[in-house]
Design a protein around this ligand. Structure first.
Ligand SMILES: [Zn+2]
Length: 186
């Protein structure tokens, strides 16, 4: 299914009462909020995220969206800012509740299900998928090699050498500064 056919916004009642399924591939470039987590998105990057969605209306009439997402992402390493390959493979299950009904007794969230709000019966499907992709990302990303950032390695090494060779050098400088200031005030 091409992007033109992926409905960014759906009528909740219509979509969920049909109990439909949707399988699609969304180009990574379309995920503008996800971009800040990625190492870089080239203009000609054709990476995609595969998305499978199940629109369910359960026995109690509640709207449940079941989804799974797969894709290869290049996240940015928090040590060297270069790309780290990450294979996204994540499932989610959320209950859709209209924002007007929140707080009412009629429609309580199903146990332990994440709730996503629809607005006046409409659900932004693309936004939901993007949220779920972002939520599924690891909090911190590093290369496996601990020395991927050469600048940092060099910096640490020279700092260590400084400490070893002249542990009290900085203290001496400080002392001298203090005493010269003292003599000035006298
Ligand atoms: Zn790195």
């Amino acid at each position: 299914m091409s992007l033109q056919q992926f409905p960014e916004t759906v009528e909740v009642k219509k979509f969920f009462s049909r109990q439909g399924q949707l399988t699609t591939s969304l180009p990574l470039q379309k995920f503008t909020r996800l971009e800040q987590y990625l190492a870089n998105v080239e203009a000609d990057d054709s990476s995609e995220i595969e998305v499978d969605l199940d629109f369910i209306q359960d026995d109690e009439g509640r709207f449940i969206l079941k989804g799974s997402m797969k894709g290869a992402l290049l996240l940015s390493c928090q040590r060297c800012l270069q790309g780290v390959e990450y294979s996204l493979s994540s499932d989610f299950r959320v209950q859709i509740i209209d924002e007007l009904k929140v707080g009412g007794d009629t429609e309580l969230a199903k146990d332990e299900l994440e709730v996503v709000l629809s607005t006046e019966g409409k659900l932004n499907l693309f936004e939901l998928v993007e949220d779920e992709v972002i939520l599924s990302l690891p909090l911190v990303v590093y290369h496996d090699e601990p020395d991927c950032n050469q600048v940092l390695v060099d910096l640490n090494r020279s700092a260590e050498q400084n400490i070893e060779s002249k542990p009290f050098a900085e203290l001496e400088v400080l002392k001298k500064q203090l005493s010269s200031e003292k003599s000035k005030t006298k």
